[in-house]
Design a protein around this ligand. Structure first.
Ligand code: NAP
Length: 251
């Protein structure tokens, strides 16, 4: 229960990796704003998760907003502060893919992925950091991807957005190191979520052959590392990008 009285915002927190991160933080006693975008099904998912967390004795509420929109990202952060009184932890997890080969990639596919994944991370950091600097305390974890480290066919937009997140993480970590704010990135490999469920069986088998631990990851595999990075046990770690990938990328 190392995060009692701490407050977090998890973007894209209603399903997949974000949901596992929300549970991980709640499990450590943290109060969590669970972000969703404003589509009916997403709202239901986020509200269901919040109800389950409250039923389990935790504290959470659902926060509507599109991370790609600077004013919505700012409003989300303000809602968390208004609700819980502060914001200690920001997990930039919201992300999308629009996969295709570069020769077929439309400008909209490029823009959409950069806007949500990279600009969304910038927008949320910009709003949350103002409060963290005043509090003289903060933990930011950005969800990147092994694709940002090693590249992948059909993902020039996604790979660029995730490599951008890694560069943002290093620069922001240097900017905020003197303010008692840690900024790190986690680079998941291939994790079992909606994002990867449409992979054809042959592609999945091929993938597993490239993973030393011989399986896709679970959202909880990523969440456990995020839970550690936002705890005070990780106080001396900043500016790092840590893969959770079954050994795909070895430095
Ligand atoms: P997912 O199941 O598709 O969930 C993505 C989440 O992002 C959803 O909660 C979605 O919200 C949210 N989101 C999308 N656009 C948003 C926006 N504009 N504003 C706010 N929220 C938005 O994907 P996932 O696999 O859990 O991925 C989570 C993160 O991990 C992403 O950044 C992804 O790139 C990264 N990642 C995933 C894998 C993998 O293998 N799954 C590997 C490496 C990295 P709604 O539910 O409201 O649509």
């Amino acid at each position: 229960m190392g995060l009692v009285d701490r407050v977090a915002l998890v973007t894209g927190g209603s399903r997949g990796i974000g949901k596992a991160i929300a549970w991980e933080l709640v499990g450590q006693g943290c109060q969590v704003g669970v972000n969703y975008i404003d589509f009916d099904q997403n709202k239901e998912q986020a509200e269901e998760l919040v109800a389950e967390i409250i039923q389990s004795g935790g504290k959470a509420f659902a926060v509507k907003g599109n991370v790609a929109d600077p004013s919505e990202a700012d409003a989300m952060v303000h809602q968390v502060v208004n609700h819980f009184g502060r914001i200690d932890i920001l997990v930039n997890n919201a992300g999308i893919t629009r996969d295709t080969l570069l020769v077929r990639m439309k400008e909209e596919d490029w823009d959409a992925v950069i806007d949500v994944n990279l600009k969304g991370t910038f927008n949320c950091c910009k709003s949350a950091v103002k409060f963290m600097i005043k509090q003289k305390y903060g933990k930011i974890v950005n969800i990147a991807s092994v694709v940002g480290l090693m590249g992948n066919v059909g993902q020039v937009n996604y790979g660029a957005s995730k490599a951008g997140i890694i560069g943002l993480t290093k620069s922001l970590a240097r900017e905020l190191a003197g303010r008692n704010i840690n900024v790190n990135a986690v680079a998941p490999g291939f994790i079992e979520t909606k994002m990867t469920e449409s992979l054809p069986e042959s592609a999945r088998e091929n993938l597993v052959r490239q993973i030393p631990l011989q399986r896709l990851g679970k959202p909880e595999d990523v969440a456990h590392l995020v839970g550690f990075l936002v705890s005070d046990k990780a106080a001396y770690i900043t500016g790092q990008t840590i893969p959770v990938d079954g050994g795909m990328v070895m430095n």
